[in-house]
Structure formats: C-alpha cells, structure tokens
Design a protein around this ligand. Structure first.
Ligand code: COA
Length: 399
C-alpha cells in the first residue's frame, strides 16, 4: 500500500491568561483551565463539528491530582466533545504542549487523524516542580553525574559558565526588553485576541475574571534587576527578574490536514514545515534548542537565514541568548520575540509551547513578507525542541 503524507496546518490557538502561583488561579483547578481553552476553540470555530475531532492530546508535567487521570480524555469529555472523541496525556516537561502538537501533527500527516486538539496545562501553584518524583538513584550516580541537572535554575547558571560572554547585564537587558515588549504588545492589543478570560474565585476576594497575564512587571529596569538575589548560586547570574517565574495556565490549539481544514471552512494560519527534538548534557539543559534547531532546519532544507520570525521560550534569558549567540543573532534582533516572552508573561511549563505558536501565527498575519517562522524551547533533563512553520499568506518576498 502506498500513501502520501498530508500537509498539517495550525488552525487556531488560545490560552488562558497566565497566573502567578498562589495568585489568580489559586482556587481554580488545573483541568478547568485547559477545558476552558478547548471550549473556546470550539466556540471560535463553529464550522468545526465536534465529532470531527479525532484526538485530544493534553500535556502536563506533573500528572497527578487535577492534572492526572489521563487529562486529555477527561478534559475532552468535560469540554463537551462527544464520547467518541478520544484523548491522551503527554509529558515532555516544558515542551509538553509542543510535543502534543508534533505528535498529533505526525498522526495527521500519516492519515490517522483529520483534526486534532493539542495543548497543555501546568498549575505550578498546586503542583510544584518535582512534586512526587522518585529519580532512580542510578540516574543520579551514573548518568546525571551533576545533581544540578535536576534544578533548572542551576542549569541556567551552568549555561552562563559555558557562555562567559553572556553576562548578567546582558541577561538583565534581555529581561527588561521582554517586559517592555510584552507591555507594548498588550497596549497594541496583540496578545488579547488569543486569550480566553477565566472566571476565578477566592474565598477571601469572591469572584473575579482573569483577563491578563498576572506575572507581568512593566516597570522593570536594569537598576531594579541589579539588586535581586541569585537564588541558584551565591554571586550568580540568574535572578527572579531574568528567569520565567512559577506560573499557572493552559493552552490549546486545533491542528488539521490542510484539505480537511479547507473543506470545513477553517482558517489555515500556519503550515508545519519540520520539527525536531534533541538532547544535550542535562546539566546545561538550556543549550537544548541549539541541536534541535539545527536538526529541524536540516530536515526542512533551510538555514537560519531563511527564518524571518522567532518565538523562543524565555525560560531563562541566558538560554535564549545562547541560541542567538550560536547563530550570531543580536540580543535585540527584532525578529526574536517582538511581543515579549515568558520572562514577562510567565511559563506554566507544559502549556507554553502553544503560546509560542499562537504568537507566531499572529505575527504571520501581520507580516506577509515573512515566509518561515520558528518556535523553540529548552526542556528539562537536557533537551530542546524546535518546530518550523510556513506562513500561508506569504507574499513571495525574499526572506
Ligand atoms: C527564580 C525563582 C526561584 C524566583 O522565585 P521567587 O523568589 O518566588 O520569586 P518572586 O516573584 O518572589 O521574586 C523574588 C524577588 O524578586 C523581585 N522581582 C521579581 N521580578 C522582578 C522584576 N522584574 N523587577 C524587579 N523585581 C523583581 C520580587 O519582587 C521579589 O522581591 P522581594 O523578595 O523583595 O519580594 C523562581 O521564579 C524560579 O524558580 N524560576 C524558574 C522556573 C523554572 O525553572 N522553570 C522551568 C524552566 S526550564
């Protein structure tokens, strides 16, 4: 039997506003956050019959409690999808939603699904990083060697050691720009279209409505960052100001075979070009996007110069800067995260991959002169993930 691969497209994506741990979602269940996103996708895309969804993949790093019980299936049921729609859970730490996308996309390309929903959730307030883990003593003694590998902030300090030219000042300057760009993007209404407001409740404050990213600190300056503690190493470089925080939030998107999307009258906002995941030494996990980007570019037959738009997850400023340094891209290159990133908006681990895609899809609409864009993130235990997308409204201009 011969078969042809099919084109996979990003139809639409949404997310909750992100919260600070113990903040606006302190009394909101994690699964309710992702259910809200799935419902919003169905509401925004009324020509998509719910029974045409062939799979729901939802990522969470800590798959217990309100993030457990095969959340892809339970969220699908509670979002009102018919019983016939299956679901599953995904874990690749920070790249959970990204992996939910690439896994279901591969199923679409292969012909197993016509339409899939992929996303992720992390309620880091309810589920602190590392909750319930029981690492095999042998992975500590034989493979990780350096116990820093299990503490992401320490791996970021190690990355500063590996790239001595990436100073704390450069990391802080990047963080200040992230805050400024995020504030400007909000002021220009660029973030709001993909946010789904979430009703919140607090025993103390009563009912509320989350409509914006709670972690943002628009007044951030180099001076205010200079005095912050370096919690991961005495006299280190990584602070609460140049790292993403501890956050709560969820994302979800609709992916489809391109012909199915057109038949159903669904928008085609990005076309998948290639993706790759790669591993590095766990104690410098932030370097992961370098080999994953090299692999994804090679698979696509592209070079970094072909990429006109980057959405790189800002788990730590040093981690983005190491990728940019590898490719000789300036720290303030306007192609990189022009709406700001996780340092400002937050990084609820397994949800963030789809936030990057939402933002890239918006940028493609604004920039028909850009043909290719890239979403990339570092991943705990020493990995990176990169997904390259094509702009369907590209006007033929050179990269
Ligand atoms: C860095 C980290 C330890 C900080 O945690 P925290 O101490 O609870 O953070 P806070 O928000 O309380 O900030 C600490 C201090 O910095 C200040 N601060 C934070 N961001 C600031 C900013 N942009 N400007 C000025 N001050 C800032 C806070 O006001 C606070 O000050 P205070 O101690 O006087 O109250 C935590 O955010 C972290 O672990 N981040 C990494 C998450 C991670 O590993 N993700 C996975 C990536 S792979």
């Amino acid at each position: 039997m011969s078969r042809q691969l099919r084109e996979v497209v990003f139809v639409d994506g949404v997310r909750t506003p992100f919260g600070k741990a113990k903040g606006q979602y302190a009394e909101t269940r994690a699964d309710d956050l992702v259910i809200k996103c799935i419902r919003e996708l169905l509401r925004r895309n009324p020509t998509l019959p719910p029974d045409r969804v062939d799979e729901v993949a939802v990522a969470a790093t800590t798959q217990i409690g309100d993030q457990g019980l095969t959340i892809g299936r339970t969220a699908a049921l509670l979002a009102g999808l018919p019983d016939s729609v299956p679901g599953f859970s995904v874990d690749r730490m920070c790249a959970g939603a990204m992996t939910a996308v690439t896994t279901t996309a591969a199923g679409i390309a292969f012909g197993s699904y016509d339409v899939a929903i992929a996303g992720g959730v992390e309620h880091m307030g309810r589920h602190p990083m590392g909750e319930g883990v029981d690492p095999n003593p042998r992975i500590l003694s034989e493979r990780l060697v350096d116990p820093d590998a299990l503490v992401m902030g320490k791996t970021a300090e190690n990355l500063h050691d590996r790239y001595p030219t990436i100073t704390k000042e450069r990391a802080d300057a990047f963080a200040v720009r992230s805050q400024e760009k995020a504030a400007a993007a909000y002021a220009a209404g660029k973030i709001q279209p993909d946010l789904v407001p979430v009703a919140t409740r607090s025993a103390e404050l009563g009912w509320g409505l989350a409509t914006t990213d709670e972690p943002m600190r628009p007044g951030t300056t180099m001076e205010s960052l200079a005095t912050l503690k370096t919690p991961f190493r005495a006299h280190g470089n990584v602070t609460a100001g140049n790292a993403a925080g501890i956050n709560d939030g969820a994302t979800a998107c609709v992916l489809a075979d391109e012909d199915t999307a057109r038949d159903l009258g669904l928008p085609v906002r990005m076309r998948l070009v290639s993706y790759a995941f790669a591993g590095v030494a766990p104690e410098v996990m932030g370097a992961g996007p370098i080999p994953s980007t090299e692999k994804a570019l090679a698979k696509a037959g592209l070079t970094i110069d072909d990429i006109g738009a980057f959405e790189i997850n800002e788990a730590f400023a040093v981690q983005v800067l190491s990728l940019l340094e590898h490719y000789g891209i300036a720290d303030d290159d306007p192609r990189v995260n022009p709406y700001g990133g996780a340092i400002a908006m937050g990084h609820p681990l397994a949800s963030s991959g789809v936030r990057l895609m939402n933002q890239l899809a918006r940028r493609f609409e604004e920039r028909p002169d850009v043909r290719y864009g890239l979403t990339s993130m570092c991943i705990g235990l020493g990995m990176g993930g990169t997904v390259i997308w094509e702009n369907p409204s590209w006007n033929g201009a050179a990269a």
